[in-house]
Design a protein around this ligand. Sequence first.
Ligand SMILES: *Cc1c(COP(=O)(O)O)cnc(C)c1O
Length: 817
Amino acid sequence: MTTLSTQHIRPRWLTDSRQATGDNSQSVFFAIRGEHHDGHAFIGNLYDRGVRQFVIERSALTPDRRAELTRYADAEFIEVDSSLTLLQQLATEHRRLFPLPVIGITGSNGKTIVKEWLAQLLADDYVIAKSPRSYNSQLGVPLSVRELGERHTLGIFEAGISRPHEMQTLEPIIQPTIGIFTNIGPAHDEGFRSRKQKIAEKLRLFVHADTLIYCADQTDVADEVRMLLKAVNPGIRLVTWSLNGNDATYRATLTGTRLTLTAVKVERPAIEVDVPFTDAASVENLLHCLVAVQTIHPLTASTLDRRLKRLRPVSMRLEQKEGIGNSVLIDDSYSNDLAGLQLALRFMNQQRSRDRRVLILSDVLQSGLPDDDLYAQIADQVHNAEISLFVGVGPVLSRHRDLFPPDSLFYESTAQWLAEFPVDRVHESVVLVKGARTYAFEQIVNRLQRKVHGTRLEIDLDALTHNLNYYREKVGPATKIMVMVKAFAYGSGSAEVAQLLQYHRVDYLAVAYADEGVTLRQNGVTLPIMVMNPSPETFPVLLDYQLQPELYSQSLLTDWGRFAGESKGDVPPIHLKIDTGMHRLGFLESELPALIDYLTAHPTLHVETVFSHLAGADEAQFNNFSTQQYDTFIRCTDALQTGLGYLPTRHLLNSAGIVRFPNFRLDMVRLGIGLYGVESSGIESSAVRPVGTLKTVVSQVKTIPVGESVGYSRSGQLNHTAQIATIAIGYADGFDRRLGNGVGAVWINGHRCPTVGNVCMDMTMVDATNVPVVAGDDAVIFGPDQPISGLAKQIGTIPYEILTGVSERVKRVFFKE
Ligand SMILES: *Cc1c(COP(=O)(O)O)cnc(C)c1O
């Protein structure tokens, strides 16, 4: 391929058309073809937004596309075999310009936390470039490394892989001089033949490193390091630690919160520090950090102690919350740097429910850039993100106020903001709150957040995306996806979920009732929406909001036909439901001739799709029946095609069907519960990630003697002296009353606490005997470690009912890493 240098490529790299806000004269767009997206499809759109340089792939250049490109005469097109490969090569080239120490981190868990903590511990000693959030993929790594500049004195990048050979690409981009292998767990096992292969692949990150840090207690990692890594990189220095007395460079012991680290094989004074967290995973992460610090830049115990106190549990997630005055808050109060700001602004941009956008930003610390450059870059990002109101907090931002729009507001400190900011300025807006740790922006979030009662359903947007991609991969690029967001998106919050789906460009949404569709439209959702239970009274609403009816009977169709005939404006297309055996809604096969007659007599009624629903896709015992339904469906759609002279889009499968009957996927599938993290066929249950975590708080803790009773009707008889915790969730929140009297349980600080006595309307009592708990602690009802399916089984129902049963008064909190 042609050799292209970094100089030739314009400095603002775009890999996703949605990033192209603001001024694009300095932008280059890398058109990347993925399994489901083709960046080439957006060239025209980007051209219209001012992009004039494009990296495109030869194989994507169909004659039609070539013809299209000739229309953009003043744009430059750079043809390559793979845009991603070019981007990776450019990042590799860029990395070579900076001969600085770089820490490369890989492993199954803890990569992001170790990176963030290490960056915090060393922030006073180095100017650090690091991957924003968990940007560790084939695309994320080059984009992260690209941020390296003259000013940096240390790089910290993480690398994540899910398939063999991926590390081979990432190693030259990161070129780590020091490695950290965090640990090896079961995650992503699918892509690898064995654990051994997975370890071996990850170790490729260190084939040219000078030093590798790992835990000697991870014996399978230690084995592979000796067998494989030492063979290809014999000079590498291995620095290890052990909590279990294994042979290692450092021996660690933990007593309460006191951690001692004794150098056994190197000359270093022993250090003894207080650790802020003592759970096993945090201790492991901390030890990686401490050993890394001692290896590259030894600090005294008192300095370390001071810096450890500043560490925060890494909730680096970006949380979306309900704000005051009908605002939407995006809480990113954990850290502030240029790359992270860009990601947060992009996330904000995806939130389309409010037109007004407010950014509250603190000074950016330790960037290494001269202030003038730094704040000019920030002002540029603010400009590109089309912010309606900019609010700067901190002395340096205040000094640079001239760079920002004239109506911006500035405060010297968080305290001044708290005293003076007119909070009504955030009403009806999306508000991004982003601040460096020391600015304690959680106080700002606290002020702007609508107060919630302790119970909340946390929705993991990354898990939703993961699940969507899993099903997309299953059905392949030729089959469209309609996502069911009925019943408040299975309890997960329909507007937010729909927006995410719109961002990921699914093809259709479906709701049960017209008003659900209206809510989506009012929140900026523009995707086609099918309404499954339209009634003639709602037809005008369907027309006003461009919602498409599912018509399932001749009488409903006739009503619609009459309405459509009398209406002005764009009448939405329709969807026909065929009853092939579910016997709920739909035209029976015997009713098709009349249906076809009617439609041919009313050719303006356009049938967009035709579909049916399987009655037993969840269960293998109904496979024959499902196949019979498929055959009936095909007969019906063939008849329709003959009668209408065109074939509408056909769809049959729900989530379980997608997994069980890959051959029946036709032109589209209807994804429901699988998106929300329940793989209901049970065939590939570990492939989806749980999306929701239902949590509440402990209101009171008390010790009640044996022989007493707890709760209504005295049904909780104590046969032991018990520590009883009262939690703030009851059947009115969706905590089913059948879970009472020990049938169900919640988890407090990792311990299972069974219910005691009857569940009340707003409260429940649980047995927390021998469990460390105080009022204010969290209690988890379901979540990634407490599957919904188990809960459903305990009371003889299905996960669908648990999910949709979480009442609307429970606040939904959305987050992403
Ligand atoms: C709800 C629904 C689905 C989705 O079903 P899941 O089992 O949740 O995947 C599909 N089709 C129709 C008609 C539905 O009502």
